[in-house]
Design a protein around this ligand. Structure first.
Ligand SMILES: Nc1nc2c(ncn2[C@@H]2O[C@H](COP(=O)(O)OP(=O)(O)OP(=O)(O)O)[C@@H](O)[C@H]2O)c(=O)[nH]1
Ligand SMILES: [Mg+2]
Length: 285
């Protein structure tokens, strides 16, 4: 599959009474698991019925009308066709094992346990695709349908070399070839900062046209407020001293949810995606 820029303008809904409700905008929502490859037991929760977070988190901003597990791929030939999602924009969550990818994805969707999380690194072992329908929004344009993609973590030591190579190929193949991929949220533990693997990933993605890279610093709740700002500012200086778009997040407190949504929606709107935008440290959380 050749990589190309996909604008998918048809998927961008304007706020208005006709788009209210399920947010489907006539795109025809597939049943959960429909068309999903037989990738074994999905490493994800039950789908739409997964418990919503307590009221308060996510209120007043982007509202997710519906979110469900759609497909899992442990091999490249199991990656679902983009037509399963009507060529909706995809947003992938990438980062090392245990950094908090699945937790952040749940936080963004205001769904507890939709993507399975665990204390044990290596929890997510396949690429999981979640079909998302956003509620129409008075304040800004939202695409009615999006796909969130939970990627297996890299740098997980307890898998065999051949399994690690297979994961890498699966991941790189997906990131390189997926025509509907609009943004990759690269997760970095705020306490660890950018290490070689993250720098390599950012560089790898920079070579792929049409993809916005958004760095999400995770677990900011683990740092005191006074320690957060310098840690985020340090992260915003990229591997080669260039500025990266960094958002401080916490799946525990919901911090960073609206800023990250704004960046994701911005990436979906952009016809041409430029290199990561510059943000000031004050904007980071
Ligand atoms: N305090 C705190 N803990 C978090 C946060 N995000 C994730 N965690 C915890 O970190 C651990 C790993 O989270 P996951 O979301 O499963 O991480 P992952 O990156 O999906 O891991 P793999 O699937 O193994 O690659 C879990 O115990 C989470 O509860 C956060 O923002 N704050
Ligand atoms: Mg995971």
């Amino acid at each position: 599959m050749a990589s190309k820029n996909v604008t998918a303008k048809k998927n961008v809904a304007r706020p208005g009474p006709s788009k209210a409700g399920s947010g489907g905008a006539g795109t025809g929502k597939p049943a959960a698991g429909k068309g999903a490859p037989s990738a074994g037991k999905p490493a994800a929760g039950k789908g739409a019925s997964a418990g919503k977070l307590a009221a308060g988190k996510g209120e007043g901003g982007v509202r997710v009308a519906d979110a469900e597990f759609a497909a899992g791929a442990a091999r490249r030939d199991q990656v679902p066709a983009t037509s399963l999602f009507d060529d909706a924009h995809e947003i992938a969550f990438a980062g090392r094992s245990n950094v908090g990818k699945s937790s952040l994805l749940n936080m963004m969707l205001s769904r507890k346990g939709l993507a399975r999380t665990s204390n044990t690194p290596g929890c997510t072992r396949q690429i999981n695709f979640f079909d998302i329908h956003l509620a129409a929004n008075e304040k800004f344009e939202v695409p009615p349908r999006l796909v969130f993609v939970d990627l297996p973590g890299y740098g997980y030591a307890k898998v065999s070399k051949s399994e690690a190579t297979a994961w890498k190929q699966l991941l790189e193949g997906y990131l390189h070839e997926r025509p509907t991929l609009r943004a990759v949220v690269v997760l970095v533990d705020v306490r660890r900062g950018l290490e070689d693997e993250e720098a390599d990933l950012v560089e790898f993605l920079a070579e792929r046209p049409g993809i916005r890279v958004i760095v999400a610093a995770t677990k900011v709740d683990k740092l005191s407020l006074s320690a957060q700002k310098p840690a985020l500012a340090k992260l915003a200086r990229g591997p080669d001293g260039e500025r990266l778009a960094v958002v401080g997040t916490s799946a525990e407190t919901g911090a960073g949810r609206e800023v990250l949504w704004a960046r994701i929606l911005d990436a979906c709107r952009a016809d041409e995606v430029a290199s990561p935008e510059v943000v000031s440290p004050e904007e980071l959380v």
